[in-house]
Ligand binder design. Structure first.
Ligand SMILES: *Cc1c(COP(=O)(O)O)cnc(C)c1O
Length: 498
């Protein structure tokens, strides 16, 4: 019998696996007692790893697994912690953790149906269910990808192939001298620039539309920019609405953008990476109802469907436009009809060739909670954010600035400076103070918030996509902020502002 050093006999696998599951279960049960973040520098973190180069010989797998479990569970930033409110990163669903293990065990290659028969059909069903959840026609097509960026980029590439004149797939986007243009608001996520750059349009092809004081797209500016660009010889082809901006959770006026796109014969894409799952939640912004008019939508199950990373999903009203934009037929693939049906081979639907089974954790999660459970958790996150907004706003030294979907922005403002906060020097100092406060809070491991900048103002920002967070967690925030804020203010305040 061959002895391969990578193999693990079944009894050893079982023993190491049971221990791992026990350790993870213990970790999940007392996660709230861990610091949210380890507060270590890059050098301190590197010092935790083995010294030296690639080892010549191997090591005992059970020992390795135990050591790295201990390392990761004790020295990581924990987005599963009930007080993790940074960026838009959810607590991972426990069933999703197990699903990833199972997916790796079966290891289907979800690039081709015949390499992943059950997995491909599960992915197709998961896509249809996500569409239903967000109120999109279930007859749409879609694809799982790594996250929101890729979901959006795949949609943009499909739009490019469908909208631009000539054979752009063969001749390139600018072959006929055209200058394609993309519209998105100034608050859109930077995937737009990255995508325009990656696909050879260049980031200058992104024409940013102004936002109003609610941080949403100014429709008048959109219309004017399109008209001006057409007159200048550009080729507009897509308008991107954001359903939940990353900074403040603002939702663009999607219904109106859909109408303008229709009138102008432009593709209407919605970046719903964050907010789309809230579309059918009672009380959520009514603009989300217009998701159904989009030509494509990006949704991020690793955000508000609480799936472990990575899981993004792109939906296209007309699913055939994905193979139209991505399909090639290598001679070494022979994936034809099976039983009179042409099966879906996802390698033809997007940029990836071999593909993992991301859909399993998402599909299982949706079955575990159902539509009602999903909507209830999102509604709970939204009301906790509202509660945080009210609890911080009620504190004399905190200004609660915005609250939309489950994102709250706020600033620490020492009482004696609040009346002077628009003075140039005070404004600059408050920015510095809030940035230092945020850094200290994250390093201290009590709670994890991130930041937003609105009109040059540095704000702390909490986003709750966290099924572990409860009222006690959000009500603890004002005390944490003011305690750390007061101590930094005492050390840092310049003499002339005292
Ligand atoms: C998070 C987010 C993205 C990027 O998604 P990733 O999963 O991080 O790639 C894009 N757009 C919006 C609106 C987002 O909130």
């Amino acid at each position: 019998m061959r002895s391969a050093p990578i193999d693990l006999p079944a009894d050893k696998f079982r023993e190491a696996g049971h221990r791992l599951i026990d350790d993870v279960a213990d970790f999940l049960s007392d996660i709230a007692t861990h610091p949210v973040a380890p507060g270590l520098s890059p050098a301190e973190t590197r010092a935790l790893l083995p010294t030296g180069g690639l080892p010549d010989g191997g090591a005992d797998p059970a020992t390795l697994l135990r050591e790295v479990t201990e390392l990761l569970l004790s020295k990581s930033t924990l987005n599963g912690h009930p007080r993790f409110f940074g960026y838009i990163t959810s607590s991972p669903a426990p069933l999703g953790i197990l699903a990833d293990l199972l997916a790796a065990a079966v290891n289907p290659n979800v690039g081709a149906w015949s390499l992943s028969p059950v997995a491909t059909e599960i992915e197709r069903q998961a896509i249809a269910w996500i569409a239903e959840l967000v109120g999109y026609p279930p007859g749409c097509g879609g694809l799982f990808v790594s996250g929101g960026n890729m979901a959006n980029i795949v949609a943009l590439i499909a739009a490019r192939a469908a909208q631009l004149p000539g054979n752009v797939r063969a001749r390139g986007v600018t072959a006929d001298g055209q200058r394609p243009v993309i519209y998105a608001s100034a608050e859109a996520h930077t995937w737009v620039q990255k995508a325009a750059d990656m696909i050879g349009l260049g980031s200058d092809a992104v024409h940013l539309v102004k936002v109003d004081d609610r941080q949403v797209m100014d429709l008048h500016d959109l219309r004017e920019t399109i008209t001006r660009d057409r007159a200048a010889g550009f080729t507009p082809f897509i308008v991107i609405g954001t359903a939940g901006t990353t900074a403040t959770g603002a939702v663009d006026p999607l219904g109106e953008i859909a109408e303008i796109s229709r009138d102008e014969k432009l593709w209407f894409h919605v970046d719903g990476a964050y907010g789309a799952p809230a579309a059918r939640v009672p009380g959520a912004p009514s603009e989300l109802a217009a998701l159904e008019f989009a030509d494509s939508i990006a949704v991020d199950p690793h955000k508000w469907l609480y799936s472990p990373l990575e899981a993004g999903c792109v939906l296209l009203r007309d699913g055939r436009l994905l193979p139209d934009a991505f399909s090639y037929h290598p001679t070494y693939y022979h994936f034809g009809e099976i039983d009179g049906e042409e099966p879906v081979n996802f390698y033809e639907w997007g940029p990836q060739n071999s593909r993992g089974f991301r859909a399993l954790k998402v599909w299982l999660g949706m079955r575990q909670v159902g539509r009602d459970g999903a909507l209830r958790m999102i509604a709970d996150d939204i009301s906790l954010a509202r509660r945080l907004y009210e609890a911080t706003g009620a504190h004399p030294e905190i200004e609660a600035v915005t609250c939309s979907l489950s994102i709250v922005t706020l600033a620490y403002v020492p009482g004696d400076l609040s009346a002077r906060s628009t003075e140039h020097e005070v404004f600059a100092y408050l920015n510095e103070l809030n940035e230092a406060l945020l850094t200290a809070m994250v390093d201290g491991g009590e709670a994890y918030l991130s930041n937003a900048v609105i009109d040059g103002r540095y704000l702390m920002r909490a986003c709750i996509v966290n099924f572990r967070t409860d009222a006690g967690d959000v009500e603890a925030i004002p005390e944490i902020i003011t305690r750390i804020g007061q101590s930094i203010d005492k050390d840092r305040r310049p003499a002339k502002l005292r």
